[in-house]
Design a protein around this ligand. Sequence first.
Ligand code: NAD
Ligand code: DAU
Length: 352
Amino acid sequence: MTILVTGGAGFIGSNFVIDWLKQSDEAVVTLDALTYAGNLANLGALGADSRHRFVRGSIGDGVLVERLLRQNAVRAVVNFAAESHVDRSISGPAPFFETNVMGTLALLEASRAYFGTLDGAAREAFRLLHVSTDEVYGTLAPDEPAFAETTPYRPNSPYAASKAASDHLVRAYRETYGLPVLVTNCSNNYGPYQFPEKLIPLVINNALSGKALPIYGDGRQVRDWLHVADHCSAIRRVLEAGAPGATFNVGGDNQMANIEVVQLICGLLDVRRPRGDGKSYAEQVVYVADRPGHDRRYAIDARRIATELGWRPAVSFAEGLATTVDWYLANPDWVADVTSGAYRDWIARQYG
Ligand code: NAD
Ligand code: DAU
């Protein structure tokens, strides 16, 4: 049997593919368009593993997707492919709708056509798992209860709106065509191979390069951080045991204000790679203009996945953040590669 992983050369997708092949003999076809965020080096640990095949292409190419599904007798699709950075969606929303909405639509259409050809055990086993985000629920006040699967969608950024639209499409394909779909809505991930436009790797990279550590607004916005390995284990569990049509929230039960996260990173770097002048990296913190429409707080109520599927996060934030800092310290070449060219142009536009 084979699974098709879309967006498998990105941050979470590559961690998922590597973890999957460590734990299963089921082969993987990775389909990735290799945008600025996709990097084949993320899958380098697989070497020449014959269970893995990489195909460069878009989820928006329905003909290609349907061919891959048929040729490989795919048992499940896990859809990570997306434009994923909120700030980029504010500067230029169109690619987010092209990939996250129209791309997901094409992927669903190809999957529906393929599902229609299946019968017996293959039809029974087929699943499409769509990886989504807690941002579809909008923002929480400090005292509001965490997002549950029943919380109404109220997306506030173009990115969140595009993910919400894709979730609705996935749901509609279940209700209308009976496609056996699953959706996961996860909180902020961190860990190895995260592109250094996102808060944690950006702060590590800027700190080591002697640059400012930009904090949007007052830095008191709260995120619920989850190590990427825990997100991957949740997706595996949902794929294995989630009932078709079900949605599961995934989170780390680890709410923290951005400025606290940045201070923790500075503290870890102060010990591991002290600054030449003996001062703390925290000296590099600079408060900058806030993100427009910035969601104040995310928090996930992960009781459904815990009680129904027995999943819980295994990595504490203290351990996960320390190993993440160590990974970036040990992989300067990876950072240098991904921070060249197009990425540098983006950083120049975003931060001036
Ligand atoms: P990422 O930006 O690191 O990776 C996205 C990958 O998708 C890249 O490899 C890119 O090349 C690929 N891609 C983009 N457009 C494509 C297309 N049209 N066809 C095929 N591949 C395409 O993103 P990530 O952080 O790994 O996020 C993966 C998924 O998880 C996204 O759907 C995102 O919305 C969701 N998610 C992310 C987080 C997080 O904290 N990073 C949390 C919850 C959910
Ligand atoms: O909640 C899940 C989402 O988490 C995913 O769906 C997105 O794909 C992922 O990018 C992430 O979105 P955020 O906007 O929360 O992540 P980001 O790392 O961009 O920002 C985290 C917080 O840090 C947010 O409150 C904005 C703030 N921030 C971010 C950057 C890049 C700063 O203060 N300064 C910065 O330079």
